[in-house]
Design a protein around this ligand. Structure first.
Ligand SMILES: [Zn+2]
Length: 267
């Protein structure tokens, strides 16, 4: 984890943590140690001392993809403890009452259902962003460009049992992957895009709209309040635009692939 409590129960980010100060787990209250301080392969992080059993039984992704996403949100919105009837869990992001979970590593459908049920029972809608890089194929062609696809063209390369159960109301799902886009401004460039899904099943993915569209990271960040840039449309703006217009939306703000190298690998 990257955020702990200090001795005054104040949230401290790992970047501001120094020895020999004492840090504690925001969930179980046990003392934490600082790990990977000098590692080039892993980010510096907080960890329980060996032998400690944390009350948190959900596993938390620590991939670079996950971190890069989390860091787009204000620090006070990251790794937020959500509590109900004495049960505590750590949301990847909690912003404007919405829980956002970034999922890179495999997860079971039971685990997804548990997390949805917990956060919804706490009054938080849930947004999942799945790292779908290398996971999608086109059943009728070769392109992964949603602008060139019909509703059911894109599907999983291999079945994903984690999507065996339909998601309840109050839960949204996005896929995040890179592809070339037939948008004139982005012609022949590989960009990181996101798809908002209407449904997600073990074999196939269903677009939100019958007219496929894509969003980029900034649209997502605008939608959920992480950025306020006036020139960036939110997802709602894009959906409204699509409903009113027959023209495909052209993105002004794009995230070019590949992304900058992760901080921990820089010398
Ligand atoms: Zn703990």
């Amino acid at each position: 984890m990257y955020i702990a409590y200090d001795e005054n129960k104040k949230r401290i980010s790992i970047e501001n943590a120094t020895r020999p100060n004492k840090y504690f787990c925001p969930l179980c209250g046990e003392p934490l140690i600082i790990r990977a301080e000098k590692s080039l392969a892993r980010r510096k992080h907080f960890a329980h001392k060996s032998g400690t059993v944390c009350t948190e039984d959900w596993s938390h992704d620590m991939s670079e993809w996950h971190l890069t996403w989390q860091e787009k949100f204000p620090e006070e919105c990251r790794e937020v403890v959500v509590e109900k009837d004495g049960v505590k869990h750590r949301a990847d992001v909690l912003i404007n009452n919405i829980v956002i979970e970034f999922q890179h590593s495999p997860i079971t459908s039971e685990e997804i259902a548990k997390r949805n049920a917990f956060y919804l029972s706490c009054g938080h809608p849930v947004v999942w962003v799945f790292d779908a890089e290398g996971q999608i194929k086109n059943s009728v062609g070769t392109t992964l460009d949603p602008m060139k696809c019909k509703e059911n063209d894109l599907c999983w390369k291999s079945p994903k049992e984690k999507f065996a159960k339909p998601f309840p109301q109050g839960v949204k799902v996005f896929l995040d992957y890179s592809t070339e886009i037939s948008d004139p401004k982005l012609a022949n460039q590989k960009v990181r895009i996101m798809l908002l899904l209407r449904g997600i099943e073990p074999q196939r993915i269903l677009f939100f709209n019958t007219k496929p569209f894509y969003i980029v990271q900034d649209n997502f960040l605008k939608q959920y309040g992480a950025i306020s840039n006036q020139s960036v449309p939110s997802i709602t703006d894009i959906i409204n635009y699509i409903r009113q217009s027959s023209q495909p939306i052209q993105q002004k703000q794009v995230v070019i692939y590949p992304r900058p190298r992760p901080r921990s690998r820089r010398l």
